[in-house]
Design a protein around this ligand. Structure first.
Ligand SMILES: Cc1ncc(COP(=O)(O)O)c(C=O)c1O
Length: 489
């Protein structure tokens, strides 16, 4: 027998080691979740390069005990973690890796299935399709929408715009775009508040940045549909071919909601694909009183929202819906012999709807989340977040030195310190960036910033399951203290 076949060093680590470490880790995770990350500063305090300088330059040649790996996780990795799962995390969009979501991830990693084909894991495909139907119904999209999971909204929008390009009948799948004299310049429209992922999708699809046209917003940061109309007419007159419009429900900066119903009417009249990016706010539609935000989305050709944003599901999980799954298949399906199965053509093979072949069993964590909280439980939690945001907005509105810079339709508040009347716009911006730095240095809360019409805005997003009114009160105190300090310097 060859030496390799006799080697004792085969197989996975000893089960006893795994079991001991897993129990220890689950205990740690349970404590971490129970504490809402509070024992740690929410924003990592390391300097660039600090974590890597503490790591060996090379992988170990010999096996190391799990105790040593665990110890290094605690002492080297953890200090460089910004705690998105922290009660005080209110930057960008508040998100949560909830208990049920963590359990789903654990199982998914252990099973390690690749759901590229129905055959390669029937449950991965069928659970995904069923859970996506549950979600579609929960947010009130019509039954005609077919849904599947991707990793992020960026990829969902990329796939949607690829489908839009396919639907335009330009033979780009077969002939590509380069060297063609028969292709007019193509155009994708989105508001100037749309997420950068839309422009990135246009770059990736070979449409180029110049293909994106930013439509101005109104006083509440919503796309101006008359300006969209005019832009399409102007482009057509200039020989440019309009391809698609991306409407946003819950823009990244202010969570404004584009007038989707009006935009859908324009798209229908002009024969354009309508993609709706509801990455953050889509979840809110689970609450009947927030359904208004999806008005018109039933007419969209494609629609994305992210359970990993405001639906308590660990990163990553993005739900992409379309009324035209066959168009996605036309854009992407390519089946070599080795991927054919006896069921090909009679079942849904999820590899057919996008670029990637391999697929994680993402639906498992979503299934756990939906079942463990129930839709009523989810509604209660979303409402609690929105109530905390409203309470914070009220505090801003009453504060003599602060001003709110946008409406608060969901759970995000944008505001700034007004600064003394003698301050220039730039000085007000600098004051707010300094205030941001000081608030975040507290370690108790983490907020972010953006630029709005008035200038730099501080951005507070309530969306973590551990956040309570105590964190909001603490945020208010820290802002007050730091602003007083700054103005009295
Ligand atoms: C409206 C909107 N769309 C897309 C994205 C990108 O999401 P992802 O990180 O899932 O690609 C964001 C991120 O905040 C967003 O706010």
């Amino acid at each position: 027998m060859s030496k390799d076949l006799e080697s004792p060093v085969t197989g996975d680590i000893p089960t006893a080691d795994f079991r001991r470490q897993a129990h220890r880790m689950i205990d740690w995770i349970a404590d971490y979740l129970e504490a809402g990350g509070r024992p740690y500063p929410v924003l990592a305090r390391v300097k660039p390069g600090e974590v890597s300088s503490r790591l060996p330059a090379r992988a170990p040649e010999d096996p190391e005990p799990l105790d040593a790996v665990w110890e290094d996780f605690l002492t080297t990795v953890l200090p460089g973690v910004t705690h998105w799962n922290h009660a005080g995390f209110m930057a960008y969009f508040g998100i949560t890796g909830s208990g049920p979501g963590v359990l789903g991830e654990l199982l998914s990693a252990a099973l390690n299935v690749n759901g590229m084909l129905w055959k390669t894991c029937p449950s991965a495909t069928e659970l995904e399709l069923v859970v996506l139907d549950w979600l579609r119904d929960a947010i009130g999209l019509p039954a005609g929408f077919f849904g599947f999971l991707t990793d992020t909204a960026s990829i969902s929008s990329l796939l949607a715009l690829a489908a839009a390009r396919e639907a335009a009948g330009l033979e780009i799948r077969e002939r590509g775009m380069s060297g063609r004299t028969d292709l007019p310049p193509l155009r994708v429209y989105a508001s100037d508040q749309a997420h950068s992922s839309i422009a990135k999708a246009c770059i990736t699809l070979g449409l180029g940045l110049d293909s994106t046209r930013a439509i101005p917003h109104d006083e509440e940061y919503r796309m101006d549909p008359d300006a969209l109309d005019a832009a399409i007419a102007e482009d057509r007159a200039a020989g440019i071919r309009p391809l698609a419009v991306v409407a946003t429900v819950g823009t990244t900066s202010t969570t404004s909601v584009d007038p989707v119903a009006k935009i859908a009417g324009i798209c229908q009249r002009e024969g354009l694909w309508l993609h709706v990016d509801a990455a953050y706010a889509g979840s809110a539609a689970i609450c009947p009183e927030k359904r208004w935000c999806l008005k018109g989305c039933e007419r969209a050709d494609s629609f994305v929202f992210n359970p990993h944003k405001w639906l308590f599901t660990p990163i990553d999980a993005s739900a992409l819906y379309t009324r035209h799954p066959e168009t996605f298949k036309r854009a992407f399906s390519l089946v070599p012999e080795y991927l054919t199965t006896p069921e090909s053509g009679t079942v849904v093979d999820l590899m057919d709807y996008g670029v990637q072949l391999g697929r994680r069993f993402r639906a498992l964590k979503l299934w756990w989340v939906l079942r463990a909280f129930g839709l009523e439980g989810i509604r209660a939690r979303l409402r609690h977040h929105m109530a905390m945001a409203q309470s914070f907005a009220g505090w801003i509105d009453r504060h003599p030195l602060l001003e709110r810079l946008a409406p608060v339709p969901f759970s995000v508040v944008n505001f700034r310190a007004s600064g003394p009347p003698s301050f220039s716009g730039q000085q007000v911006d600098e004051l707010n960036l300094e205030l941001l730095k000081r608030v975040n240095a507290s370690g108790e809360v983490y907020i972010s910033h953006t630029r709005l019409d008035a200038g730099i805005a501080l951005h507070v997003a309530v969306g973590n399951l551990h956040t309570t009114p105590a964190e909001i009160a603490r945020l208010e105190t820290v802002i007050d203290e730091e602003l007083t300090c700054l103005l009295n310097r």
